[in-house]
Design a protein around this ligand. Structure first.
Ligand code: NAD
Length: 284
C-alpha cells in the first residue's frame, strides 16, 4: 500500500512527539514540528540531536540518513503555519483532556479540509476527542510506542465515525514510516499492547511485593520459560517506575497497595528505573 500523505505535522515535541517527527523525517517525509514556546523548541532541538546519534548507532541506514533527516524538520511555535498545508497532523501533547480538546478546536478551523488528525493518546479514547475536531470522519488514534525506531508498532484505532478510507490511509502511512501497523477493529482502552502489558506487569509485582520470589527469578522464569528477550522487571526499568506507579495508584484497592509498596521501596529511594541508574536492577 502506498500513502497519499506527504506533509506531516507533529504537535508536541516531547518524549513521543520528537520521536514521531524524527522517524517520519528519517523515512523521507517533510515534517513540521510544533510546540508552544521557544523554550520547548530549544528542548526539541536537543532531542532531535540525540536522536541523530541514536539512529546513527542503532538504526540500519542511520549512518548515512540520520543527519539528513534533520533537514526535513521545520520547528515552529506558529500553529496556523503548522496546520496550513498538512496532510496529516499527529497530536502528541500532554495527556490532559481539556488541553487536547481546546487544541483540536483551534486546529479544526486552522487546518484545510484535506487534513487528517491523529491522536497519540495512550489513555484517552478517540471518541473522547472526536467532537472537538469538527471532522470526526477524518480523525482517529495512531499510537506509537516509546523508542519508536526499535519498538516499531503503530496501533491504529478509529471511532464509529472514522471514514474507513482514512483508516486505511493511516495504516499505509504507518507502514511508510517503517512501522508495523496494528489494526484495532473497535475502540479499546489500552489498545492491544497495554491491554496485555498492564496486567502482566501487575502480576509480576504481586509476586515480588507478596514475598513469593525475587525480581531476577521472576524475569528468569519469563525469559527462559517463554523465550521472551526481557522479563517484567526489565520492562519496568525501561518504562520508568513512575508511570506504572501512577496507573496503579488510580486502580482498585489491591493495585493501590502495590503502588504504595513500589513507592516505599523504590520511588522514594530514588530508584526510578533506567533513567535514574537504578530500578529493580542497577545500571552503570
Ligand atoms: P511530554 O510531556 O514528553 O511532551 C509533551 C509536549 O507537548 C511538550 O513538549 C510540551 O511542551 C508540548 N505541549 C504542551 N502543551 C501543548 C499544546 N497546547 N500544544 C502543543 N504542544 C504542547 O509527553 P509525551 O510522553 O511525549 O506524551 C505525549 C502524548 O503521547 C500523550 O498523549 C501520551 O499519552 C502519548 N504517549 C506517550 C508515550 C510515552 O512513553 N511517553 C507512549 C505512547 C503515547
Amino acid at each position: 500500500m502506498t500513502t497519499k500523505i506527504r506533509n506531516v505535522t507533529v504537535l508536541g515535541t516531547g518524549v513521543l512527539g520528537s520521536q514521531i517527527a524524527y522517524q517520519s523525517a528519517f523515512q523521507g517525509f517533510p515534517v513540521i514540528a510544533y510546540d508552544i514556546d521557544d523554550a520547548a523548541v530549544a528542548l526539541a532541538r536537543q532531542r532531535f540531536r540525540k536522536l541523530v546519534d541514536t539512529y546513527r548507532a542503532e538504526v540500519p541506514g542511520g549512518e548515512d540518513g540520520a543527519e539528513a533527516a534533520l533537514d526535513r524538520i521545520v520547528l515552529t511555535t506558529n500553529l496556523a503555519q503548522a496546520a496550513a498545508d498538512a496532510d496529516l497532523i499527529i497530536e502528541a501533547i500532554p495527556e490532559i483532556l481539556d488541553l487536547k480538546r481546546q487544541t483540536y478546536e483551534k486546529l479544526g478551523s486552522l487546518a484545510p479540509a484535506k487534513t487528517i488528525f491523529a491522536t497519540n493518546s495512550s489513555t484517552l479514547l478517540p471518541s473522547d476527542l472526536k467532537d472537538s475536531t469538527g471532522r470526526p470522519d477524518r480523525f482517529l488514534a495512531l499510537h506509537f510506542a516509546n523508542k519508536i525506531w526499535f519498538s516499531n508498532i503503530a496501533e491504529v484505532m478509529g471511532t464509529p465515525d472514522t471514514d474507513p478510507e482514512v483508516f486505511d490511509e493511516i495504516v499505509a502511512f504507518a507502514e511508510a514510516i517503517g512501522m508495523v501497523p496494528i489494526q484495532i477493529h473497535q475502540e479499546k482502552a489500552g489498545y492491544v499492547l497495554n491491554t496485555l502489558l498492564v496486567p502482566f506487569l501487575r502480576a509480576a509485582l504481586e509476586l515480588v511485593a507478596g514475598g513469593y520470589a525475587e525480581p531476577g527469578d521472576v524475569d528468569n522464569t519469563w525469559r527462559i520459560g517463554t523465550g521472551a528477550p526481557a522479563g517484567p522487571f526489565q520492562i519496568y526499568d525501561i518504562i520508568g517506575l513512575r508511570t506504572p506507579y501512577n496507573i496503579m495508584a488510580h486502580g482498585d484497592a489491591d493495585a493501590q497497595q502495590l503502588a504504595a509498596w513500589l513507592k516505599q521501596n523504590y520511588i522514594d529511594r530514588g530508584k526510578l528505573g533506567l533513567e535514574s541508574g537504578q530500578g529493580f536492577y542497577k545500571y552503570l
